[in-house]
Design a protein around this ligand. Sequence first.
Ligand code: KG4
Ligand code: ZN
Length: 341
Amino acid sequence: MKVLGIETSCDETAAAIYDGDAGLLGHQLHSQVAMHAEYGGVVPELASRDHVKKLLPLIEAVIAESGCEPEDIDGVAYTAGPGLVGALLVGAAVSRSLAFAWNRPAIGVHHLEGHLLAPMLEPEPPQFPFLALLVSGGHTLLAEVRALGDYQIIGASVDDAAGEAFDKTAKLLGLPYPGGPALAKLAEQGTPGRFKFPRPMLDRPGLDFSFSGLKTAVVVATRGLQLDEATRADVAADFQQAVVATLVAKCDRALVQTGLRTLVVAGGVGANLHLRSELTALGKRCGAQIRYPRTAFCTDNAAMIAYAGYRRLALGEHDDLRIRAAARWSLEELQAVGRRL
Ligand code: KG4
Ligand code: ZN
């Protein structure tokens, strides 16, 4: 079964084809980063308009890359939420229309389910059940992934997401959008230890996160300081270390609490090399397996949407003739696929 996956929830336009037998056949992506950089963040209306321009050529490109004809596609999966509603609507309308024209089933996929399942595109895919740390621009959560569609959130950020904290702190340091990768790069040149930033919520029990205080701590610590290149690099190094230490400590706690032995790391911040090396060290310490998607599939992409859609379509699930787009949609509203059938 070959599934065309479409992702347009934010500032990446992407298309991919996943085959149940042969695996991923192709994936194409256009990033809008350069267009939004001028405004210091994503401008929703510009994002939607650019998806309109880029999506059909990307679909043609991925069909050619995969050596397929449109008739070979057995189903279409698209991100139906959460995300920017105008951006989602572009992918949803195009996907639903293509499926209708090709007389094939379509399915709206939850964007975070795509992120959670992304490591399954790699060799040695994790087996259910596993623990997942999802760290993106909009979400920071720990979830018990028991089966396809059966996700229980056991910890979440009470304020800013980890990626959002990276982006806002990067802005304070005068770094260009998108801030996360730029801050991580700057941190490589810094020496940690000069600034004592808090490790939020580590002094209390539980698995929730809070990152907005950390951003404020950066403002307070740098007030009145000459922010030369070396100082900015030291701030970046200490900030990154505080976020990573917090994430790693909560993962450690969650592994103990759930007794699960596999931790999957997903979402854009999962591309952070310092986080990866500290989590790998945690895995060695406590005998847990740590699984990541390749870096390109940590951030938004259509391969994860094609894969999640394939898993559901292969079990006989599909949507009716609706175009689905939901700006807000809780991961816990999903149901285990076996039970829904
Ligand atoms: O998953 P994603 O591509 O989009 C959302 O669904 O949010 O995540 C994007 C987030 C942004 O906040 C970006 O700054 C952050 O991931 N990010 C990083 C790194 N690469 C991307 N944060 C820290 N270090 C990185 N290397
Ligand atoms: Zn995402």
